[in-house]
Design a binder for this molecule. Sequence first.
Ligand SMILES: Nc1ncnc2c1ncn2[C@@H]1O[C@H](COP(=O)(O)OP(=O)(O)OP(=O)(O)O)[C@@H](O)[C@H]1O
Ligand SMILES: [Mg+2]
Length: 298
Amino acid sequence: MIEIKNLTKKYKNFKALDNVTFHVNNGEIVGFVGMNGAGKTTTIKISAGVLKPSSGSVYIDGYEIQKNKVEASLKIGWVPETPIFEEGFKAIDYFKYLAGYYKIKGEEAEKLALKLFEETGILDAKDKKLKEYSQGMKKRFALAVSMIKDPNNYLFDEILNGLDPQGIVFFRDFVNKAKKENKAILFSSHILNEVQNIADRVVFIHRGKILGIKRMDEILKEAKKSIKVTILNPDENILKILNKFGQVNKINNDIFEIMGDVNAEEINELLVKSSYKVSKIEQIGGLEEYFLNLIGER
Ligand SMILES: Nc1ncnc2c1ncn2[C@@H]1O[C@H](COP(=O)(O)OP(=O)(O)OP(=O)(O)O)[C@@H](O)[C@H]1O
Ligand SMILES: [Mg+2]
């Protein structure tokens, strides 16, 4: 379990975090969402014990990260936003070197490396130098490193960046498995439709303050819904037709938004029947919509 309590962080005179409080339960996946500079990485680094807060505390399975750093650190796996490695090393050698920190040596380290490289999909590249690794491979390597102690808690900072679609599926499966093993997972991401697919709960942060904490099923229920349709040959009757489905916002000459929980197929059918050429019709809603409304920056 990860408990973040009243964190405040000042960089000189700038308050990057202001009384940030939330927690991640065991067996729970929490998405951490906010714009660039909102304070996600700062919160995650403090939780991983690599950055000191100005005030407040983080408990990892009950151990305070600053006061009981050794015990707490053993219970966290952290994948940084931009992992930094000794790039001249071969991946497997560097992994074994890092495993040495946890007193895992020799044959045991070799076996663990092969097992975790296999799990994270970089076994074929085990003898490549880290500088030859792509961005996505580096993320996979960092994930393998974070798994060394089989920790009960994970902190993933933008781990989806640089992953290919297969990598994203892999990550989704990974966290779902960890969740079944009753682990606590916090991950930050800007890829909101993936957060929507993966997270049980979302913590929204904005300018260093927690703006909201909400379960995903509730977000999806509450998110403002609409249909956006692009029509190649609109005429003066178009608004009358679309108004049958709900309130209509004319976005420009050929793009219209119909507000409410309306069925895109029904709209499409009627438009086509009425000889309109529909070039695009899309459902708006979900986490992205909810987030943009929440921060009021739409
Ligand atoms: N070492 C530092 N010195 C001064 N200011 C910093 C430092 N690190 C971060 N900041 C500032 O703190 C704020 C929060 O930064 P942080 O990296 O936590 O944001 P973030 O939510 O992770 O953003 P992103 O989505 O871009 O990764 C930003 O305004 C940033 O400029
Ligand atoms: Mg960040």
